[in-house]
Design a protein around this ligand. Structure first.
Ligand SMILES: Cc1cc2nc3c(=O)[nH]c(=O)nc-3n(C[C@H](O)[C@H](O)[C@H](O)COP(=O)(O)OP(=O)(O)OC[C@H]3O[C@@H](n4cnc5c(N)ncnc54)[C@H](O)[C@@H]3O)c2cc1C
Length: 551
């Protein structure tokens, strides 16, 4: 049995139960579990029943539930680890303003990426940001100053060189995709486009800003085809703009707003502070067992847990997931992206500049991208700067103490501003995403040489009734909020069709409704996927050959 049942006294109450709830309109519904089932984990007799279980209350869980609701399925339960909804759209208080009130800063998602071109489709996250008046400002990526260990040093011309190489990289990606050639790394593609940073620290910093900062992995570990598709479908389809959110209610305001369209305050269908430890599935049902000893059973379940959680050994499946699913879970990559926040007594850096890029003479990706929130249009006058690291440098800072990281960060800042007496920060903070047990990382990336067929196996349902959705299951928009949005909505809608179909069958009205509609998966995987197989069923909603404006 994958779970201890009934829980022993040592596991009760759970040691890592989430902290008591923060203020939320959806604070924990009071649900009393039935008396413990003593016949073993395989019996679902005593578990609370529902039609659809939605596992996770991030963007995908909420859009999936909303789609269920809008398509006539109201009998669902959302199970969420945390005391609030939003998942990786998460904020906290940081520092103080001049009145002593703390600022709100985003630990996770921060930008609406790709908004809308005139007359073109809108990124749904942009539509919702406008609907809920989420405070945001256009991030001007041209508003950047370049530094190295000697201080200010203008190497911004390298940004143009990279962009010239990128134009070739993206054209080559299109050729590989249409001619069904073997995918390769972005490093290989850049090299073939005459971009070779080798050990040139300034070129490495520019490359990091242009690639790693978005994908949370270096070019060596990123697919040329699918990295370009990801960029293309977001930034050419919607727009090239990234709008930075600094709403003092928190970015998750838009998710809470959408949740309130189908959940009432204290809705008993939302179970917060509930940690799923086992998912048991049969051809007829899915049952989840929770750390608090409760269990829930349903005809269908949508698992929206992050790729990091699915790759961890904190969650078990009974029976174990089939090989094709385990292989796909192991094939995709979960990245880590860490924002390190500092508040100072003054704004000693150029206040009218949004970004500062630092080239470490020794280590690629060592505290490279700095962003000023004190700049007009943001949290003006806040004296807050933050620096972002990803991948190996994220793992390093996660393993260090805050004090150790602060020393390194301050050494870099003093190299960047050799003529200024840089003060110590009055506040310092960063999250540790790679070790956060409900995320185990920040967002996913498409590794080198991994086919669409393999990605389809990440999306595909198991046993017909255990479905998967989230940013990682989005073939085109993986990593992004809008990827999670579309995937949740798609699976919620599909399950609603199945559920409504089953009801029709159950009343025997003779309409011949199909009662199940399983996802396609590939038992035998080929290295590349012919372009004619790219369609809505494997998540290919729009053509990846997007162009900007009239081009
Ligand atoms: C640092 C960082 C920066 C980012 N920046 C951006 C950005 O600027 N723009 C952008 O578009 N995207 C960004 N993203 C990505 C974006 O946040 C995600 O794509 C999106 O929020 C994922 O939503 P989801 O519903 O797929 O998953 P999640 O938000 O992870 O939702 C899954 C839910 O499942 C819950 N859960 C997990 N395990 C369990 C369990 N065992 N039991 C019960 N519940 C569980 C979690 O608590 C979570 O609420 C960023 C992410 C991070 C972390």
């Amino acid at each position: 049995s994958p779970v201890e049942w009934p829980p022993s006294s040592s596991s009760w109450p759970p040691a890592n139960a989430p902290p008591a709830g923060t203020a939320s309109p959806y604070s924990g519904p009071t649900y009393s579990p039935p008396p413990y089932n003593t016949t073993g984990a395989n019996s679902t007799q005593q578990c609370r029943r529902t039609e659809v279980l939605v596992l996770g209350a991030g963007v995908a869980g909420i859009t999936a539930s909303q789609a269920l609701s809008e398509n006539g399925v109201s009998d669902f339960i959302i199970v969420e680890y945390n005391s609030d909804i939003g998942g990786r759209v998460a904020h906290t208080t940081f520092g103080n303003d001049s009145n002593g009130n703390p600022y709100i800063v985003e630990l996770g998602a921060n930008w609406v990426q790709g908004i809308q071109s005139p007359g073109g489709p809108s990124n749904p996250i942009w539509t919702l940001a406008q609907k809920y008046n989420v405070t945001n400002t256009y991030s001007n990526y041209s508003d950047i100053l370049t530094y190295d260990q000697t201080g200010y040093n203008d190497y911004s011309v390298l940004l143009n060189d990279y962009e010239d190489a990128y134009a070739t990289l993206e054209q080559d990606a299109g050729t590989i995709l249409t001619e069904n050639l073997q995918d390769r790394s972005v490093r290989t593609g850049l090299s073939l486009s005459n971009w070779n940073p080798a050990r040139d620290a300034q070129k490495q910093a520019v490359e990091w800003w242009e690639w790693d900062w978005e994908f949370a992995f270096p070019p060596e570990e990123s697919s040329q085809v699918f990295g370009i598709v990801n960029y293309n479908t977001t930034f050419y389809q919607f727009s090239e703009d990234n709008n930075y959110v600094f709403d003092q209610r928190g970015f998750n305001t838009f998710i809470k707003g959408e949740a309130s369209t189908f959940l009432s305050p204290d809705d008993p269908r939302l179970l917060l502070n509930t940690i799923v430890t086992n998912i048991s599935y049969t051809p007829d049902s899915v049952t989840v067992y929770n750390e608090d000893g409760t269990c829930l059973t349903a005809a269908h379940a949508i698992c929206t847990f992050s790729l990091g959680v699915l790759q961890s050994n904190t969650l078990t499946f009974s029976p174990p997931l089939p090989n094709w699913k385990q292989t796909s879970l192991a094939s995709f990559a979960m990245g880590t992206y860490t924002k390190i926040f500092l508040q100072f007594p003054t704004t000693f850096w150029p206040v009218d500049t949004q970004f500062l890029l630092y080239a470490s003479p020794t280590t690629r990706g060592y505290y490279p991208v700095w962003q000023s929130l004190s700049t007009p249009g943001f949290l003006e006058g806040s004296n807050i700067l933050f620096v972002t690291v990803v991948d190996q440098q994220s793992y390093t800072v996660e393993a260090q103490t805050d004090a150790q990281t602060q020393v390194q960060v301050m050494t870099v800042l003093r190299e960047m501003f050799p003529n200024i007496t840089v003060p110590e920060p009055v506040a310092f903070m960063y999250p540790r995403w790679a070790s956060t047990p409900w995320a185990y990382g920040s967002y996913s990336n498409w590794p080198v040489g991994t086919s669409l067929a393999m990605h389809q196996n990440l999306r595909a349902n198991v046993g017909g009734n255990l479905w998967f959705a989230g940013e990682a299951t989005s073939s085109e928009y993986f990593g992004f909020l809008h990827g999670a949005y579309f995937e949740g909505k798609e699976v919620g809608t599909r399950i609603a069709e199945v559920v409504v179909g089953e009801r029709s069958c159950a009343v025997g009205n003779g309409t011949g409704v199909q009662c199940g509609d399983g996802e396609v998966y590939y038992e035998v995987l080929h290295g590349t996927t012919p372009v004619e197989e790219y369609g809505i069923r494997n998540g290919w909603d729009v053509t990846s050959f997007q162009t900007v404006g009239d081009v």
